[in-house]
Design a protein around this ligand. Structure first.
Ligand code: 5GP
Length: 212
């Protein structure tokens, strides 16, 4: 039987670059799996159903809630997003380390249910950098920028509850900032794999072999 995988939850404010970091990590380490969430939002150009998300309508999302299919779900920016219990459970049982890239409320919810989950908060290096990233998207009015900065302040207040903080540096100053951040996530994953508790079976078998 495969050794059970570990669960990692990554979140952080919009504009911190968490999806780019996860994308880079998965490209380098394909044995790590991302759990595909359900969402009621419409697909963006290039997004593939079943790969980026399972895109579902409100009725289907309601049905999934009623079936208790979600590990956690949350309202994020006018839409609903949920992590499927089946996706997480099947991945972990198959021995894969699983990543959930979800919002802060979802992460707190997972941590409350699963003390063994490792939580990682990705932070921009500064307010100035965050503003630059949000404005750089070209979609922000003065008002929506103000609202977003207010939301970031709330999310940063929750960062104290996470196990690890990754600062995603400004790539104008640190050109390989993305690579560094994704290597840092991999270092956390590696440390979790090497925890004594995760390797007791090996120690027991080796000890038994030596003393037979
Ligand atoms: P986007 O619509 O840009 O793909 O994602 C918007 C936000 O929803 C991001 O912060 C993303 O991490 C979060 N999100 C994606 N999937 C889930 C999920 O299953 N649960 C929760 N709580 N948040 C999610």
């Amino acid at each position: 039987m495969a050794k059970r995988g570990n669960l990692f939850v990554i979140s952080g404010p919009a504009g911190a670059g968490k999806s780019e970091i996860v994308k880079k990590l998965l490209a380098k380490h394909p044995e790590i799996k991302l759990s595909v969430s359900c969402t009621t939002r419409s697909p963006r150009p290039g997004e593939v159903n079943g790969v980026s998300y399972h895109f579902v309508d409100d009725a289907k999302f309601d049905a999934l809630i009623a079936e208790d299919a979600f590990y956690e779900w949350a309202h994020v920016h006018q839409n609903r997003y949920g992590t499927l219990k089946s996706a997480v459970e099947e991945g972990l049982a198959a021995g894969n380390d699983m990543i959930l890239e979800i919002d802060v409320q979802g992460c707190l919810n997972v941590m409350a249910q699963n003390p063994d989950a490792t939580s990682i908060f990705v932070s921009p290096p500064s307010r100035a950098n965050l503003e630059k990233r949000l404005v750089g998207r070209g979609t922000e009015s003065e008002e929506s920028l103000r609202v977003r900065l207010g939301n970031v302040a709330k999310e940063m207040a929750e960062a104290y509850k996470y196990d690890y903080i990754i600062i995603h540096r400004d790539w104008a100053e640190v050109p390989n900032a993305l690579e560094i951040a994704s290597d840092e996530v991999f270092a956390i994953i590696t440390a979790k794999r090497l925890e004594k508790e995760k390797n007791v079976d090996f120690l027991d078998a080796f000890t038994a072999d030596l003393t037979r």
